[in-house]
Design a protein around this ligand. Structure first.
Ligand SMILES: Nc1ncnc2c1ncn2[C@@H]1O[C@H](COP(=O)(O)OP(=O)(O)OP(=O)(O)O)[C@@H](O)[C@H]1O
Ligand SMILES: [Mg+2]
Length: 332
């Protein structure tokens, strides 16, 4: 299967993952550029806490706002900023905690508890997941395609596992909230009033809304007409083993796999031009690793090959070279 064929099937949401430094950002950007050249209004979204799109496009994207990248095509980019979600969470936690302490008549300053709850890494990741959900549901309507450049593999896997935990957690929260509210109604002498209060319970409403949002996103993420996950690897032992593990976990979350893209390939002609024999040894080594990759992921899942260029990839002209390789180049 070729990447052009997969993209022609029209998946709206593309995720690109892989080990740190293997070329996720440039491959995601090339897929986005290719899509926009095919008349699809495309958004490239970086989910990496250490963003690099500003560097890649030589354009200041640090505001966290969506900006147009190309004057010729409908290509947009954004470095996703989670600080607004984190602030919103913080405010929520803080209000709920204060309400609870007041209700339970506990005279305590909640600030240290709020700090503990909102500065741990899981909190930041869950904020990122929230942001991805919003982008899928909101920006998914404004764009024909969104290409997500995911952070290095560990973060992305946690993002995926969060999607499962989130669902279970929400179900549990809704059940226990219902129980707690039911108990309050039973114990109260003013049942009618309490029932009215229950119906406008803000916590319950938040949970129900979140649950609805989550199940919509889950349907999208597990549907091959909407979503594909691509993996980038180098022909080296570690990145390959990362891809194999990563691919299995993506599959276990029922997220459709687009395929594997092999980056930084030494071409035969580069190897032949090299007089030092260094590239010859490297070339042999990469053929060995290519066999290993094929054996482990299946040759049909290797959907793109990109050569090692003699310079870093910066700007749209360089990305055009990457797109060309993705469409035409093959190792060998
Ligand atoms: N095929 C290639 N030829 C030449 N340079 C490349 C190639 N692929 C990637 N690079 C360069 O390697 C560096 C890393 O690439 P990139 O930023 O896309 O990796 P990444 O996987 O997104 O990294 P991170 O995990 O840090 O986000 C960049 O400087 C990029 O220009
Ligand atoms: Mg990157």
């Amino acid at each position: 299967m070729s990447i052009a064929k997969i993209l022609s099937e029209g998946p709206r949401f593309i995720f690109v993952g892989g080990k740190g430094g293997v070329g996720k950002t440039i491959i995601a950007a090339a897929i986005a550029l290719y899509s926009s050249k095919n008349n699809q209004k495309t958004l490239l979204a970086s989910l990496n806490p250490v963003h690099s799109l500003t560097n890649l496009f030589k354009k200041d994207l640090t505001s966290g706002k969506i900006q147009k990248i190309s004057k010729d095509y409908e290509l947009y980019a954004v470095e996703v900023d989670i600080s607004d979600v984190v602030d919103k969470y913080r405010e929520n936690v803080s209000t709920r905690l204060r309400e609870f302490l007041k209700w339970a008549e506990i005279p305590l300053d909640p600030t240290p508890f709020i700090d503990i709850a909102t500065t741990n890494p899981a909190f930041q990741e869950s904020a990122m997941f929230d942001k991805v959900m919003d982008m899928i549901l909101i920006e998914g309507k404004n764009f024909d395609r969104i290409v997500f450049d995911t952070a290095a593999v560990a973060n992305a896997i946690r993002l995926l596992s969060l999607s499962n935990i989130y669902g279970l957690w929400l179900k549990k929260m809704i059940e226990s909230r219902k129980e707690a509210l039911g108990l309050r109604a039973q114990l109260s002498f003013r049942k009618d009033e309490v029932m009215k209060e229950i119906q406008k319970d803000p916590v319950m409403n938040d949970l129900i809304q979140l649950n609805e949002k989550f199940s919509k996103v889950k349907d999208i993420l597990t549907n091959p007409s909407y979503t594909r996950f691509f993996f980038v690897t180098l022909l080296q032992a570690l990145p390959i083993s990362v891809v194999i593990r990563f691919m299995n976990s993506v599959k276990s979350y029922n997220i459709p796999v687009g395929g594997v893209i092999v980056n930084q390939i030494i071409t035969r002609s580069d190897m032949e031009k090299d007089e030092s024999n260094y590239l010859k040894a490297k070339y042999e080594e990469q053929l060995h690793y290519f066999e290993q990759l094929k054996k482990n992921v299946g040759v049909e899942n290797i959907v793109g090959h990109v050569r090692q260029f003699s310079h870093d990839i910066i700007g749209l002209d360089d990305l055009e070279l990457v797109v060309k390789d993705l469409l035409e180049f093959k190792i060998g």
